[in-house]
Design a protein around this ligand. Structure first.
Ligand SMILES: [Zn+2]
Length: 428
């Protein structure tokens, strides 16, 4: 048994929108987190653990549940911060050529290891991931995540049209690959399979129908895709699928809209789409740094809820793997629409909220006995500027909000996955 002492913060219930009262958060300063030998949280207590328990005292550091990034692309680290394009140009100019390299198994394996270690070095312990169209890229994701004990959801990307040579599959070959991957990896350890449609334009109606049939045959499978990110994209989908009422309707008709569907972006949806989204139990992965960087638009959080909303970096469209930087951008996106995102809503969305949206609240997202010991230790400040800001904070919300807005991966001291330290900052 091991025990870690720190200032514990988590969110057992959904905070009220706009409410900054301390009662919206669960704040347990100078508490011990006791870990069992199976990588789970055994207990949380104020009094000292019994003799013989290995102890680490991090009093004065913030301990949060590991972050959950619900939409991120493992092969896209090399195309982050690419200049001068919007979504469709960005895909053709930067992303597709880069993803083609992952047909080489060694490139995919090396790139995946780099990607997962980078997630850990940013405080993210669970992720919903797009690899590439190549089967080996999904194999690499599951194998490398297993090696690190991480919770991942992912699947081979489906795309059988409107993509360059080396980056297209076909319906029958893709189905075979999916079935094989599902059998080998879905529900194995902390891996789950997501039927992964890149987006409607790169799959034929036949491939979308195949993807929907896979979901129907096994309701424990996830589904991930992009929807209504950019206006040119929405117009293109309307041309390609003239019978569909909307972009979202393309997925609904194919059987791809269900309670395990993770839809990235969801900016250009109308009221009927949003009602349908809610009724289906699907949720939106909001990607603020990507939406700002690519100029895609401003996500209307208030109009989209009560459908669930989770938070995502969308690297490489997104500009940072840091969920903390992502939350600061999410605040900005709401501020531009006259809304105020509290630190409580923001942090809930990246932890317990995402876990609930993914039906994984029994495993991740909070600091409770029985859940996996996936957590991170953060410094409140790393220099005189944010230290001064912290000293001025009057309330807990002010302190946490200032931290959320000013912090980044430099503030991360350590990341633990399943009770094991998987990242430790080199310098104190
Ligand atoms: Zn994406």
């Amino acid at each position: 048994m091991k025990a870690i002492k720190a200032d514990l913060l988590d969110f057992p219930k959904q905070p009220q929108w706009g409410e900054t009262a301390d009662s919206e958060a669960r704040w347990r300063p100078a508490h011990w987190l006791l870990l069992d030998d199976k990588g789970r949280i055994a207990a949380i207590q104020q009094h000292d653990p019994p003799e013989g328990v290995t102890r680490e005292d991090h009093t004065g550091r913030l301990l949060l549940p590991g972050f959950i990034d619900t939409h991120v692309h493992s092969p896209q680290l090399p195309v982050m911060a690419s200049y001068g394009t919007e979504l469709l140009d960005w895909l053709n100019t930067y992303t597709f050529p880069s993803e083609t390299a992952w047909q080489d198994e060694a490139v995919a394996q090396h790139g995946t290891a780099l990607f997962l270690d980078a997630l850990l070095a940013h405080g993210t312990t669970a992720a919903v991931v797009f690899p590439t169209v190549h089967k080996t890229s999904a194999e690499a994701l599951f194998a490398e995540a297993t090696r690190r004990g991480m919770r991942v959801i992912g699947g081979k990307v489906l795309m059988d049209r409107h993509a360059p040579d080396g980056l297209r599959d076909d319906v029958r070959g893709a189905e075979r690959d999916c079935r094989d991957l599902i059998e080998r990896w879905h529900g194995q350890g902390r891996n789950a399979y997501a039927v992964t449609v890149r987006f409607a334009p790169t799959s034929t109606p036949e491939q979308l129908a195949m993807a929907g049939a896979l979901c129907k045959a096994d309701p424990t499978l996830y589904m991930q895709t992009h929807v209504a990110e950019n206006r040119d994209e929405v117009r293109w989908v309307a041309e390609l699928f003239p019978a569909a009422r909307s972009y979202l309707d393309v997925y609904a008709r194919a059987g791809l809209l269900h309670e395990r569907s993770v839809l990235a972006h969801g900016i250009w949806l109308d009221a009927e789409d949003r009602a349908r989204l809610y009724a289906s139990g699907a949720h939106v992965a909001h990607c603020p740094t990507s939406n700002l960087f690519l100029g895609s638009g401003l996500f209307d959080w208030r109009a989209t809820s009560p459908a669930a909303v989770s938070m995502a970096t969308d690297v490489g469209g997104g500009t940072s793997l840091s969920m903390v930087r992502t939350l600061a951008a999410a605040y900005t996106v709401q501020a531009l629409q006259g809304q105020r995102l509290t630190a409580w809503s923001a942090l809930h969305t990246t932890t317990r909220g995402a876990a609930e949206a993914l039906h994984l609240q029994h495993e991740i997202g909070a600091l409770e006995p029985g859940l996996m010991a996936d957590f991170c230790l953060w410094d409140w400040s790393v220099g005189p500027v944010d230290a001064q800001r912290q000293r001025r904070a009057q309330s807990l919300h002010e302190k946490v909000f200032a931290w959320m807005t000013l912090a980044d991966e430099r503030h991360l001291a350590a990341t633990w996955v399943a009770g094991t330290p998987r990242y430790t900052r080199r310098t104190a």
